[in-house]
Design a protein around this ligand. Structure first.
Ligand code: ATP
Ligand code: MG
Length: 573
């Protein structure tokens, strides 16, 4: 491709609207443009990257035995009402009506539509296993669309759905998808890690997220130093501390703590460590019903674990009005001692504490030297907090480390959740009817492109991994002589003939402008052609990522490039 004829509107200045590197560089490289919040046009350069990722995904899905189809974007409300997701999905679901005022939505995911297809078309065990996938635009009216393609409202996803006869087959299919995901992300050239993820109310560990490791990631993960174990903190199990021998228990005392509503304020005032404080979090768990959860002051509550323990779909803190109504205690000073009408759950870490500090259920009062069960009773113990660095690994016991990641893919064992609600059954060899066991498997295509940039860039621009680079080589004629023009044209022809994806910067621009654009766009190899190089029979090839330079006679350049490109393409697969 010739840059003079391409629509690649690079930007010299930093766009103000971008909060993260990938968003900024996609705009600056002329890959995408914003149309509305969370809605983008993919310009030619951006689309090339998207198509490359899609092609790797498609290749590995086919290899894993999945079959591609294309389901409609628009789907009728009735299907979503069958699974209750018409209500449950809330505002994230983009709803609309047709001219007959019938309700539809724009698919945020396709379990309903694919399960409907299955129940109409599949009757016998002989038609199983079945795995179907598509690569398609999804719509989710995210509360906070941001970071460009990372969290859009309209975005491209690969979604796959598996149907199996029994647990064993379903697990095998799940594993096959898991392995395909590992190959996909290795082939894109990304540094990633599969981590155990939350399974909601289904239980088990048949849910993994694929995280691209990057400091800007929205997700926090914990992992073993020896990589035996990795999990999203939402999911990571915290091992209960050893039971502590009861030492000397001091008498309970009231202390005055004016305005000390937070753990920090309290610690500063009483000159104590946060690990001696026990927070009492109050959740709204039913009509006029509150559940208290006790968490050590230096730990963070994990609402997903609490929610799962309580068997609820969502969880929110009780409003100050409800707190005062049910407990008669002011927010910020609630504690478990004397708290009536409230179920009390405690995180396991609280069991190892003695003589700790809690709210006094009176304004500006806390209690010190509190002990359980002497001073109050706990209804249920459990793992209710978030794992953190230094906690022992549930696998090896070694201290866990933390890292940030970007969730680019998700594999999930659904079980019979959808097949039961929608009556998706098959007959076994004895003519018995069963619900199909399902799995679903998503990859964010645009988010993967963005994550690749978060992981591969420097202060000048993008440094694409070869397998997903929009072009493999860029030719930069840096002086305007006829000799340079001819040599550039000749090399351009030669590389094209060798099926190398080459961008020729044939614009009438200064060398500096060309260098800047090439660095922003991030083509893996730059070939610099100037009069001096031609005279010396030494053209410069620059590796965008390492900055390494090689000097070669013009007639050896194409061959060198072909070998280097081929090597980098196959390194990961
Ligand atoms: P998140 O927790 O980030 O909102 P999710 O759990 O809602 O993700 P899934 O429903 O599992 O995501 O979707 C499958 C994949 O689609 C995700 O792993 C992610 O790569 C991608 N994805 C999800 N939401 C978005 C979005 N708003 N913009 C871009 N990609 C997305
Ligand atoms: Mg989401």
């Amino acid at each position: 491709m010739r840059l003079s004829q391409s629509f690649i509107p690079t930007m010299r200045q930093d766009p103000g609207e971008a909060e993260v590197v990938s968003h900024r560089l996609m705009l600056r490289a002329g890959m995408i443009r914003k149309v509305a919040a969370g809605i983008y046009s993919y310009l030619p350069l951006g689309l090339r990257v998207i198509r490359k990722i899609e092609s790797i995904v498609r290749d590995e899905m086919n290899r894993a035995g999945a079959q591609e189809l294309l389901l409609p974007i628009l789907s009728p409300a009735e299907l979503w009402q069958e699974t209750d997701r018409w209500d449950f999905y809330g505002k994230e679901l983009v709803r609309l009506q047709d001219r007959h005022e019938r309700d539809f939505c724009l698919g945020p995911t396709h379990e309903e539509v694919v399960t409907d297809l299955f129940r109409r078309e599949v009757q016998s065990y002989r038609q199983l296993p079945l795995t179907l996938y598509q690569i398609q635009t999804k719509f989710r009216d995210e509360i906070r669309p941001r970071f460009g393609l990372m969290r859009g409202r309209e975005f491209i996803m690969k979604d796959a759905y598996s149907f199996d006869q029994n647990e064993t087959d379903a697990q095998r299919n799940y594993q096959r998808m898991y392995d395909a995901y590992c190959r996909i992300f290795s082939r894109t050239g990304l540094n990633f890690r599969p981590v155990e993820a939350d399974t909601g109310l289904i239980g088990g560990i048949s849910s993994h997220e694929f995280m691209v490791l990057a400091n800007t990631g929205e997700e926090l993960i914990v992992f073993d130093p020896d990589s035996q174990y990795a999990a999203n903190v939402e999911r990571a199990e915290v091992v209960a501390p050893p039971v502590k021998e009861p030492g000397a228990l001091s008498p309970l005392e009231k202390v005055s703590t004016p305005n000390a509503k937070s753990v920090e304020d309290l610690c500063a005032l009483l000159k104590i460590e946060a690990s001696l404080v026990v927070k009492t979090l109050l959740y709204h768990t039913g009509d006029n019903e509150i559940t208290a959860v006790l968490i050590r002051g230096d730990h963070h509550a994990n609402e997903i674990k609490i929610q799962r323990f309580l068997g609820l779909h969502d969880l929110s803190l009780a409003s100050p009005e409800l707190v005062e109504k049910v407990t008669a205690a002011p927010v910020g000073f609630v504690g478990p001692v004397g708290l009536s009408n409230v179920r009390i759950l405690a995180d396991n870490a609280v069991s190892a504490l003695a003589n700790f500090i809690v709210g006094g259920n009176e304004t500006d009062v806390h209690l010190i030297n509190v002990n359980q069960p002497r001073d109050f009773a706990i209804d249920d113990w459990g793992d209710f907090r978030q794992a953190q660095a230094g906690d022992p690994s549930p696998k090896s016991g070694a201290p866990l480390q933390t890292a940030r990641g970007i969730e680019v893919g998700h594999v999930f064992m659904l079980g019979t959740k959808y097949s039961e609600k929608m009556g998706a059954t098959y007959l076994d060899s004895e003519g018995q009817k069963h619900h199909a066991i399902m799995g679903c498997y998503g990859i964010g295509i645009g988010r993967t492109a963005a994550a690749a940039i978060e992981q591969n860039h420097d202060e000048k621009g993008i440094c694409w991994p070869m397998p997903i680079a929009p072009f493999q080589v860029q030719i930069l004629p840096v002086t305007s002589s006829e000799a340079v023009r001819l040599a550039s044209e000749q090399l351009y022809e030669e590389l094209n003939q060798q099926q190398i994806e080459v961008l020729l910067d044939d614009r009438n621009e200064r060398g500096g402008v060309k260098f800047n654009d090439a660095d922003i766009i991030g083509t893996p190899f730059h070939i610099i052609i100037g009069d001096k190089g031609l005279a010396n029979q030494a053209l410069e090839i620059k590796d965008r990522k390492t900055g390494e330079k090689v000097l070669l006679p013009p007639n050896q350049v194409a061959d060198w490039i072909r070998k280097a490109v081929t090597q980098q393409l196959h390194m990961e697969s």
